[in-house]
Design a protein around this ligand. Structure first.
Ligand SMILES: NC(=O)C1=CN([C@@H]2O[C@H](COP(=O)(O)OP(=O)(O)OC[C@H]3O[C@@H](n4cnc5c(N)ncnc54)[C@H](O)[C@@H]3O)[C@@H](O)[C@H]2O)C=CC1
Ligand SMILES: CC(=O)C(=O)O
Length: 377
């Protein structure tokens, strides 16, 4: 199979979908890899590194897309990339389609086989989302601490406090991978940490992990309102796989926060869990102010630490991409339930139920959308 790796074009997106080590993995089993010139520079991989690994360096994105059977990316294609879609093209990347209706329509219109990293699932875990959630969770606490500084628009508090002065309060809504990693760093910084989740089992696990270093609360509007009001730093970290994030923090709740408090809504890639985080921001201009509260809503947080993130991401994506290349996409989907759950669009149909529901499309299961193609396996 010919695998193409375009350069990412989202604002400050410095990750790349394959490292030179990944290129070697494909070449060693007979595939060909095309890498757009300078695609790896942001992550510290030169064109020479890729060429030495055996990739062909291609001067422009159009040729990479046109000559490849499978495109591997990091972020969802932007509008300028939709022109490269074509029937039968395999696209393997983060998509977050519930928050990207125009992209969903474009993929449908062009019959792209779109496999989303974030919905590939094994036993209710999301192996291709996990490493980036680890990165973003850890970043969320450090970014929050940074924007709480007066010089950055915050109320001017140190999360650790000092002897004789209270520690800062961090409220994390969603105690999954992002939430747990945010808590680790917030605890390390010395903050007073509360985690809210809708799953009692998850709260028990968190209690076992962190003991009395954290407080846990069941997710309901009353508890969320109380915890948001007290928070110096609020971190949004909920997820219902594939679906639009539930809006758990209302405008009224945000109005109760102290001026100069900070919200980091990590769940913004799925549309955001805080009503006032009503748009995506970029690393160039990451925050805006509403009701005196600093809002941070960057949808590609790991793009700011690309060396760590690229290696962590490709550690988990390459084995799945190799299955697609080795077996062909239909056999790989037929034989691997995890990969099948990643298929969001195929043959012009939306094949992921939560995406179809949130965008108002008919849901067509993968088995039906690809009935003919899967029949032989
Ligand atoms: N902005 C960015 O750059 C990045 C964003 N993310 C996003 O962060 C979000 C969280 O991801 P993960 O932690 O990996 O997901 P996860 O599935 O590990 O955790 C989500 C948690 O939210 C909880 N939850 C669901 N509904 C809830 C409710 N109503 N109230 C309270 N908790 C609720 C679940 O029980 C679960 O524990 C996702 O939207 C993910 O795409 C991840 C990486 C980077
Ligand atoms: C998960 C995701 O959207 C990211 O890493 O950018």
């Amino acid at each position: 199979m010919i695998i193409g790796v375009p350069k990412e074009i989202k604002n400050n997106e410095n990750r790349v979908a394959l490292t030179p080590a990944g290129v070697v993995s494909f070449l060693s089993v007979g595939h060909k890899v095309l890498v757009e010139k300078d695609a790896g520079l942001g992550s510290g991989f030169t064109n020479e590194d890729y060429a030495n690994a055996g990739a062909e360096i291609i001067d422009n994105a159009a040729d990479v897309w046109a000559q490849s059977e499978m495109i591997m990316k990091v972020k969802e294609p932007l509008e300028s990339e939709y022109q490269y879609f074509r029937s039968g093209l395999i696209l393997f990347t983060y998509l977050h389609l519930a928050a990207e209706p125009t992209l969903a329509q474009a993929l449908k219109d062009k019959d792209v086989i779109a496999i989303a990293y974030e919905t590939v699932a094994v036993n209710r875990t999301l192996p291709l989302l996990t490493p980036m959630s680890e990165v973003a969770g850890r970043m969320a606490a450090q970014i929050g601490a940074q924007f709480l500084q007066k010089t950055n628009g915050g109320q001017g508090i140190l999360l650790a406090g000092v002897p004789g002065v209270n520690r800062g309060k961090v409220t994390i809504i969603g105690g999954g991978i992002v939430g747990t990693n945010a808590a680790k760093i917030a605890i390390g910084l010395g903050a007073d940490v509360t985690i809210i989740d809708v799953s009692a089992d998850r709260l028990r696990q968190l209690d076992d992990i962190f003991g009395n270093q954290i407080k846990t609360l069941m997710s309901n509007p009353f508890n969320i309102a109380e915890a948001v009001k007290e928070a110096d730093l609020l971190i949004g970290a909920v997820l219902i796989p594939g679906a639009k994030a539930p809006k758990l923090v209302t405008e009224e709740m945000v109005k109760t926060m102290k001026p100069g408090s900070v919200i980091v809504d990590v769940a913004i890639d799925q549309g955001g869990s805080v009503v006032t985080c009503d748009h995506v921001t970029t690393h160039d201009n990451p925050t805006f102010e509403k009701y005196g509260v600093v809002h941070y809503s960057v949808a590609n947080m790991p793009g700011a630490v690309p060396r760590t993130s690229t290696i962590a991401l490709t550690n988990v994506t390459v084995p799945y991409a190799l299955q697609i290349a080795n077996k062909g996409v239909f056999k790989a989907i037929a034989e691997n339930q995890a990969l099948k759950l990643g298929v969001n669009v195929a043959n012009g149909e939306i094949t992921y139920e939560a995406v179809a529901r949130d965008l108002g499309y008919e849901y067509v299961p993968v088995e039906k959308a690809l009935e003919k193609e899967l029949a032989t396996y």
